[in-house]
Design a protein around this ligand. Structure first.
Ligand code: ADP
Ligand code: ADP
Length: 242
């Protein structure tokens, strides 16, 4: 069984004459521990696809099709089950504004939150887990006491990755994880993501408008256009054909 199987996924924002079909029948498969990149120009539906995977879309979005995570359909699962699947089944690294770090809380407390709430850990265990996660993403455990503004953009993105990995997800969804960063830092963060998912056998679904970024990190690439996948195959072949 595949880790993730998306079948005929359709997402429409709004209804009637103002309806915007954002995803228009997408089929994609990702095996455990593999890395799939989804490329395409701005507005083609990549973020909508990423957010749909955990039902994180606004209420105005209507979804149909199937999103099977380890064989279980995310679209029809009960609310309580969905809460458990978020973070532990699949987790997301976002690029910026949405779900970003909270300016008034120490980063250690923010990383601890999913561990405490979703992983049901004790305070002591959560603190230890935070130190371990920070070290995994290349930051000293002592940075747990820092506030987001005390870190660089690249370090903040490392914190977001630590948070996404907090509950040992089977699938990591990364939506433009390096878009806001300088080129040098971008390469470091990409290498970190690749190294972490490979080492822990986590499936990666990475979204980017930049095909070169995906080709360097992923095994397979899908290219979207106007809500559909128009090209899919081994990363090298798709990249060379583009
Ligand atoms: P991408 O991530 O590839 O840039 P998006 O998934 O953000 O594409 O957007 C796909 C389409 O859906 C675009 O036409 C966009 O304007 C529209 N869209 C995205 N989010 C919303 C929303 N919350 N409400 C209405 N339309 C939206
Ligand atoms: P809340 O304040 O209720 O947590 P959010 O909009 O931040 O609202 O998140 C909505 C839901 O998505 C919550 O169940 C939250 O736990 C989950 N969630 C938020 N960020 C992530 C993430 N990076 N990975 C997985 N699930 C997430």
């Amino acid at each position: 069984m595949s880790l993730l199987e998306i079948r005929d996924l359709r997402v429409t924002y709004g209804s009637g004459t103002s309806a915007v079909p954002a995803v228009r029948g997408v089929d994609l498969t990702l095996a455990a521990g593999r890395k799939l990149g989804v490329a395409g120009e701005s507005g083609c539906g990549k973020s909508t696809l990423a957010l749909a995977l955990l039902r994180l879309l606004p209420g105005s979005a209507r979804l149909s099709g199937e999103i099977l995570l380890d064989g279980e359909d995310v679209l029809t699962m009960k609310w309580g089950r969905l809460r458990a699947v978020r973070w532990a089944g699949a987790s997301v690294v976002f690029q910026g504004a949405m779900h970003s770090l909270n300016a008034v809380h120490r980063i250690g407390d923010q990383i601890a939150e999913p561990v405490l709430v979703h992983g049901r850990a004790t305070q002591g265990a959560a603190r230890r887990r935070v130190g371990e996660l920070l070290e995994q993403v290349g930051l000293p455990a002592s940075r747990a006491a820092a506030y987001p503004h005390e870190l660089s953009g690249g370090q903040r993105q490392r914190v977001m990755i630590a948070m996404a990995l907090a509950c040992d997800p089977r699938l990591l969804i990364a939506d433009e994880p390096t878009t806001a960063l300088d080129v040098m830092i971008q390469a470091q963060v990409l290498r970190l993501i690749e190294q972490l998912v490979s080492g822990q056998d986590i499936g990666l679904l990475m979204i980017s408008h930049d095909l070169a970024v995906l080709a360097g990190t992923c095994d397979r690439l899908a290219v979207m256009y106007a809500g559909r996948v128009v090209e899919e195959g081994p990363a090298r072949a798709v990249y060379d054909a583009a």
